[in-house]
Structures are given as C-alpha cells and as structure tokens.
Design a protein around this ligand. Structure first.
Ligand code: IYR
Length: 222
C-alpha cells in the first residue's frame, strides 16, 4: 500500500511492560541525581558533548515544527566576562531594589546573591534565544507558535542530555536579559530565554539541602 504523500513510516520500538517499568525507573533515578550547580570547575568538557546535547534539544517538539530556538555557545573568556559584568549589574538592581521581600525570602534557602562568578568560571555558557518569527523562503517574516512552550521543552531536553553525559548545569535568568542580544549580536526578533551554564562541578561543591515534592503532591490520577 502506498504511504500518504509527505509522510514516512514511524520508527517506534515497542517495549514489553516489564522493560517499560525498568527503563522508567532507571531514568527517574538518573534524573533525580541532577542538581543545579553554582560552584563550577574551570576544567574543560569536550565541545562534542555540547554539540550532541544541542542536537538533542533541537529534536524537541515545537509549534508547527517551527523550531523557534537558537543556541549561542560562549567559550571565549572575554565574552563570558562581558556577560558576567552585564548580568551582575542587573542582579545588583534585583537584589537591592527590584525584588520584593517575599521573593528574597523564597530565594534565601538557595543562598544566591548578585555575584555570578560561575559566568566566567564554567567552560560553557549556552545562551538560548526564543525566535518570535522565522524567515520564510521568500524572505518575509513568519509568525512562530507556542514559542515559550517549545523553547521550554527544548531547554528541558538540553538539561537532561547534558546531565546524562555527566555535565552539570545551572539555569540562569538575569532580568532583563536584553544585553545578551547586544553582546552576542542576535537580532531584536530573538528574545533571550535563558543562560544555561554548563561544565563540571568544583571539587567539594555543595548544593542547597532542598527536596522535590513526592508524586502524591504533584499528580492526580483520575
Ligand atoms: N536571577 C537571580 C535571582 C534568582 C531568582 C530565582 I526565581 C531563582 O530560582 C534563583 C535566583 C539570580 O540568579 O540570583
């Protein structure tokens, strides 16, 4: 039988129930070991690992398959320094003026402040941009759909891919992040979405003693 025009057969591996349960448990155990790291080592990580992880992120589902993301991988020390200085300017404003007391109280267990040395120390800053528009073949602007959902999914997959490859990350969102367009030369139609700091943890790195909610608290089965 001829396939539908523009379609190809799905490649899908049917697992038996026991194997599904086994894999879901193993993946959960692996992902639960992920922690946001703020104390990075300067030790390098192969660039190939970052490239592969971004390929994984680029395989994410997106609204109308518009793939409304762009990843800028910053390795150069001068550029990392520029980003650190600009981010710390915004963070000082945040901690001294913009943040409400309620917000500062919520951040207290994380022990964060306006100092962001990891922006220079870690080997990679992966800056994720959200593309509100895509260029069509005829050069006009095409609107993208569900951009924040799409970029959020891709970012989650990027974090999981890096963790799976033994790379620690930190999701960092200084606000506002417009300075990233200027420093990295990205067009105004792209919105900085997040800085994903990536590398290896420093020897003896510590993380906040916080816990994730159990399944019963985050899910209902009806
Ligand atoms: N962007 C600031 C503040 C901050 C906000 C939240 I919500 C966090 O989960 C962590 C930090 C900073 O990076 O310090």
């Amino acid at each position: 039988m001829a396939g539908k025009e523009g379609f190809v057969p799905l490649q899908f591996e049917r697992l038996d129930d026991a194997e599904m349960v086994r894999r879901s448990r193993a993946f959960c155990e692996q992902m639960k070991r992920r922690r946001s790291v703020r104390d990075f080592s300067a030790e390098p990580v192969p660039r190939q690992v970052i490239e592969q992880a971004i390929r994984t992120a680029g395989s994410a589902p997106s609204g109308a398959n518009m793939q409304p993301w762009h990843f800028v991988v910053v390795e150069r020390a001068e550029v990392k320094k520029q980003i650190r200085l600009a981010a710390e300017d915004e963070e000082r404003e945040f901690y001294q003026r913009r943040a409400s007391q309620e917000w500062l109280d919520a951040l207290e267990p994380l022990g964060t402040d306006a100092q962001k040395p990891f922006l220079e120390k870690a080997p990679y800053l992966i800056v994720i941009f959200l593309k509100k528009f895509s260029g069509s073949e005829t050069g006009e602007k095409l609107k993208n759909y569900y951009t924040s959902e799409s970029v959020g999914i891709a970012t989650g997959m990027l974090i999981a891919a890096l963790h799976n490859a033994g790379v620690a990350t930190l999701t960092h969102t200084p606000s506002p992040m417009k300075f990233l367009n200027e420093i990295l030369g990205r067009p105004a139609t792209e919105k900085p979405y997040m800085i994903l700091v990536a590398g290896l943890p420093a020897q003896g790195a510590q993380v906040p003693a916080i816990e994730k909610k159990p399944l019963e608290e985050i899910a209902d089965f009806i």
